[in-house]
Design a protein around this ligand. Structure first.
Ligand code: HEM
Length: 132
């Protein structure tokens, strides 16, 4: 098994390496999406960083490959985006959201749980009120 970070400016990029036949190559997209050479405050959740940015999620920018890239890119990309955007848009449109016990967003535990996909380690508790 060979683990690669394919971004050119990173220190662990493998150059001129002969990959033996039948080697399973794992591209470390998690590390690439948190590479400080490419991202400001790489560990921070800042969705606004994509506002006015030319970086997209469709496999054109190697520093951000949530759906992979190339011939084996996720064929469910459009389905996946719709399946996230629509529910999130509806939840934001119909409810106001607050944290319990006067918590501030900075108090949230953003520790990740590792698995096939990354999720929150601790549950996100929010109080919705219907937006009238
Ligand atoms: C937000 C949701 C989703 C994410 C983040 C996601 C992500 C991915 C990633 C990273 C890959 C591997 C691409 C690669 O090897 O370069 C993949 C492959 C694949 N995805 Fe998705 N996916 C999502 C939703 C879906 C949905 C909704 C479907 C089907 C309805 C789907 C079907 C597939 C299939 C069949 C492959 C294998 C493609 C191949 O190996 O040729 N995915 N996906």
């Amino acid at each position: 098994m060979l683990y690669l970070n394919v971004l050119p400016e990173t220190t662990n990029v493998v150059v001129g390496y002969d990959i033996p036949k039948k080697t399973k190559v794992m591209i470390n997209v998690w590390a690439m999406a948190r590479d400080p050479n490419y991202w400001t405050d790489a560990e921070m959740f800042i969705p606004e960083r994509f506002e006015g940015s030319s970086i997209d999620y469709k496999g054109n920018n190697f520093e951000y490959l949530p759906f992979g890239a190339g011939r084996r890119i996720c064929p469910g990309l459009a389905f996946g985006i719709a399946g996230i955007m629509l529910p999130v848009a509806l939840l934001i449109y119909h409810f106001n959201w607050e944290l319990p016990n006067q918590m501030k967003p900075k108090d949230l535990d953003m520790t990740e749980h590792y698995g096939l996909a990354i999720g929150r380690k601790s549950d996100l508790c929010l109080i919705p009120t219907v937006y009238a």
